[in-house]
Write a protein that binds this ligand. Structure first.
Ligand SMILES: *[C@@H]1O[C@H](CO)[C@@H](O)[C@H](O)[C@H]1NC(C)=O
Ligand SMILES: *[C@@H]1O[C@H](CO)[C@@H](O)[C@H](O)[C@H]1NC(C)=O
Length: 211
């Protein structure tokens, strides 16, 4: 058994070395087994709101192997990449967030939360939601990767239709005032430029001709 594993590893290594750098498409999501159990909870200063504010609140994400699976199932598991993903509600009319079964073309999960070494007993991460995350409805998905960073399995904190346990993230507030300030600064700048230009014109105009 051990010899076969080594042989397989060497074969995979050679395949990877001789492969053209551009791979035709990626792993298909529909081929992945849902072997991880993923939980995600909002850690908010405002417990009563049930929503997460960017820049302030955090997501506590925990994952582990489904304990009812065979013991050998995770023998190739090397790391876990945890991602923040758009729920269908937040993908409507936004082609750039579209789901594609080909994981190289999939735009469901643009934001990486963390990548950690795989541990069969599970692991967790607490992630402060960055200010550049747009407001919307999200879920958390974790991909299991092998040593070549190829997806082998996944888990997510929602059902297959991505409708349960969704996380509402509300965007940063006070964006309008900052745009207003930028606008005022810009207007002031144009007025000052215009004044300087007029002043220069006037001064030059008054100068006597040189020759
Ligand atoms: C907490 O959330 C509730 C419900 O959304 C809201 O009414 C309240 O103003 C919030 N409190 C703070 C301190 O943000
Ligand atoms: C664990 O796996 C079993 C068998 O595939 C499945 O029935 C069960 O729903 C899974 N549990 C979770 C929490 O995903």
């Amino acid at each position: 058994m051990a010899c076969c594993h080594k042989l397989l590893a060497v074969t995979v290594l050679f395949a990877a070395l001789f492969q053209a750098t551009e791979v035709e498409g990626g792993v298909r999501f529909s081929t992945l087994e849902r072997n991880l159990v993923v939980n995600a909870q909002i850690q908010s200063q405002n417990v009563s709101s049930g929503v997460a504010k960017v820049g302030v609140d955090s997501l506590a994400v925990q994952w582990n192997l489904n304990s009812s699976l065979e013991i050998e199932v995770d023998s190739e598991y090397a790391s876990v990449k945890v991602k923040l993903c758009f729920a269908p509600k937040s993908q409507i009319d936004r082609g750039w967030r579209k789901t594609d079964d080909d994981l190289q073309r999939d735009n469901t999960c643009p934001k990486e939360i963390a990548t950690k070494l795989y541990r069969s007993e599970g692991n967790f991460v607490v992630w402060r939601i960055p200010k550049n995350v747009p407001g919307g409805e999200y879920f958390v998905r974790a991909y299991v990767l092998d040593t070549q960073a190829v997806e082998l399995a996944y888990g997510q904190n929602t059902d297959d239709a991505k409708t349960t346990n969704l996380i509402t993230i509300i965007p940063i507030t006070g964006r309008l005032p900052s745009i207003d300030i930028a606008g005022i600064v810009l207007s002031l700048f144009s007025v000052v430029s215009l004044c300087s230009f007029l002043l220069a014109e006037t001064l030059l105009g008054r100068k006597p001709a040189m020759s």
